[in-house]
Write a protein that binds this ligand. Structure first.
Ligand code: FES
Ligand SMILES: [Fe+2]
Length: 349
């Protein structure tokens, strides 16, 4: 179904087949999006004991909570009784976690503590039951998680430190989050993020702010970074823009004095939601309204082109095209990581 990874100079785009259909959507959710480390929120949301965030990772409900000793715990948000949600939404300062279905109660380490009206159940030992754990980690004031197995976060951290040097993120403070729906496969959105090739054609406003000619791309094992000098001291300040991608679905847009993070959440084969969170260095927050308006413009342009590309991929008229070695190496890198997973799955069939 998918071709083998190639050298950059011979690169061609991924088969359109993998951007379409419930089977590929389910495959991606299970084997790529569940198992990949991804940003799930700011550490500020889980700063104190009992603070928790509720998300889906690869379609699986998860819950991340700080315990009384300050450790961050991650669990499937799936009750050991009949799979109810242990938490319905983000919250602060919970003393315990009470399932929203029949009220079984867990402590902040996921241990089942109280089970109303279960006294006649034979051979039932609540002490033997706890919420299934997931992996969580913190990096530069952000929480990362995954719901599956794969490389440990140390390997991811090394790549992140390289493409997003901690000095760039020093002192940034979480500000707000927005979400955008895009009627396209999640990979269509990621492909588009990973090249600046389209910027002069699709984003007239953005193109005026960056020095496209000196766009630089660096690739690591799990991440890539596209960087470019900023030229508009009014809106973006002077300095460097770094567009960091962490496989499979996390992005960090690092601009002078602020950072936007994105997580691309696959909803169906033809729909994704992009969660945008904004962080500012103290004193820079006044730029938030203008940043929002400008992001809205750029995001609208990306949404339009991704939705059109999705139609093109679905048309039956498209066969994979060649990639630009100088402009699309990060697309090639992402698609080769996908190809490896797809090939592994095919070998298991
Ligand atoms: S499903 Fe959680 S208490 Fe019943
Ligand atoms: Fe774009």
């Amino acid at each position: 179904m998918t071709d083998a990874p190639t050298r950059l100079e011979q690169a061609q785009a991924l088969s359109p087949d993998v951007y379409l259909g419930e089977d590929w959507h389910r495959f991606d959710q299970k084997n790529i999006l569940s198992t990949g480390w991804q940003i799930v929120g700011p550490s500020a949301h889980v700063a104190q004991s009992g603070d928790h965030i509720v998300r889906e990772i690869g379609g699986k409900p998860v819950l991340i909570v700080r315990n009384a000793q300050g450790r961050l715990n991650g669990f499937y948000n799936v009750c050991r009784h009949r799979a109810g949600p242990v938490a319905l939404c983000d919250g602060k300062g919970a003393k315990r976690l009470r399932c929203a279905y029949h009220g079984w109660i867990y402590d902040l380490d996921g241990q089942l503590k109280i089970t109303p009206q279960m006294d006649r159940a034979e051979n039932f030992d609540p002490a033997a039951l706890s919420l299934p754990p997931i992996d969580v980690a913190e990096w530069s004031g952000m929480v990362f998680a995954r719901a599956g197995s794969g490389p440990g976060f140390d390997e991811i951290r090394a790549d992140l430190d390289r493409v997003a040097p901690p000095a760039c993120l020093d002192g940034i403070v979480y500000h707000h989050t927005r979400a955008y729906e895009v009627d396209a496969n999640w990979k269509t959105y990621v492909d588009n993020y990973l090249e600046g090739y389209h910027v002069p054609v699709v984003h007239a406003g953005l193109n005026a702010l960056i020095e496209y000619d000196v766009y630089d791309i660096e690739l690591t094992r799990w991440a890539s970074v596209q960087s470019s000098p900023m030229t508009d001291p009014d809106l973006y300040g002077t300095g460097e823009a770094r567009y960091v991608f962490l496989y499979p679905n996390t992005m960090l847009n690092i601009l002078p004095g602020r950072v936007q993070t994105n997580r691309v959440v696959a909803i169906s084969d033809r729909k994704c939601v992009v969660e945008f969170s904004y962080y500012y260095r103290p004193g820079e927050e006044a730029k938030a309204d203008r940043d929002d308006a400008f992001s809205e413009e750029v995001q609208g342009e990306d949404r339009m082109i991704c939705e059109r590309v999705q139609k093109g991929l679905e048309s039956g008229a498209y066969t994979p095209g060649r990639l630009s070695p100088s402009q699309e190496s990060a697309v090639w890198h992402f698609q080769n990581l996908l190809r490896r997973t797809y090939a592994t799955a095919e070998n298991q069939d």
